[in-house]
Design a protein around this ligand. Structure first.
Ligand code: SF4
Length: 222
């Protein structure tokens, strides 16, 4: 049987998140309020892995990073380096298109206070693993934050302690490390409003990460 890459809209596997979802549906009945599917092509050269939908961002819009501050930094930066086209307008029907790129989250349902538990991260990883199994051309993965970094590595059966997270740190994961081809994992601080407001991450620092991804994709294609 083919692996499932998209959770059911009533996925019950994380009871706390299912209860939160139910409450949000009652409070915001005209919003998306379901596991947020990935955005972009199924078989990309660049995969961006975030943490989880924001309550009034992706959880409302139904598209990762769409409608909250993080998307305001992520999507124009991807476009600047040729990974997207069109105008990002914070709406899932804005026509903004990713080019050979996919954006997903380690956890598909919005968690209270943006904090999924370890069990919830582990529970949702099978969807990331299923996505990865369909990617035969993947060249670069950008992990936005330590949870995305760790969950991506665990999805490949790797031990995160062997790959310490740090902004702009990058690791070449070789076939022996769980992939059928080498992939460059690049870490970035999450492009959240909090990180930008505290200057932990600047637009320039984030551009450096995406530029590295572009450079590696170009090198791999040469
Ligand atoms: S976070 Fe993932 S595994 Fe948990 S309920 Fe949502 S879709 Fe299901």
């Amino acid at each position: 049987m083919a692996a499932c890459t998209v959770p059911d809209k009533n996925c019950p596997r994380c009871p706390r998140l299912a209860t939160f979802r139910k409450n949000n549906r009652a409070q915001y009945p005209d919003k998306f309020n379901a596991p947020v599917p990935a955005f972009g092509t199924d078989n990309p050269q660049l995969l961006v892995v975030g943490l989880a939908p924001g309550l009034k961002g992706a959880n409302f819009s139904g598209r990762p990073f769409t409608g909250d501050y993080a998307g305001d930094l992520l999507y124009p930066t991807l476009k600047k380096f040729g990974f997207a086209k069109g105008d990002y307008e914070r709406r899932p029907d804005d026509g903004f298109t990713l080019l050979d790129t996919r954006v997903t989250n380690a956890v598909r349902c919005v968690p209270p206070e943006n904090k999924p538990t370890g069990d919830e991260i582990n529970e949702c990883r099978s969807f990331l693993q299923s996505e990865l199994s369909a990617m035969k051309r993947l060249k670069v993965v950008i992990a936005l934050g330590g949870i995305a970094h760790n969950s991506f590595l665990r999805a490949l059966g790797l031990t995160p302690s062997a790959f310490k997270f740090g902004h702009k740190k990058h690791y070449t994961l070789t076939p022996r490390q769980g992939l059928a081809y080498p992939v460059l994992l690049i870490d970035s601080y999450h492009c959240s409003r909090y990180n930008v407001n505290t200057r932990r991450l600047t637009a320039g620092m984030f551009e450096d990460v995406v530029a590295l991804a572009r450079h590696h994709c170009a090198k791999a294609a040469a």
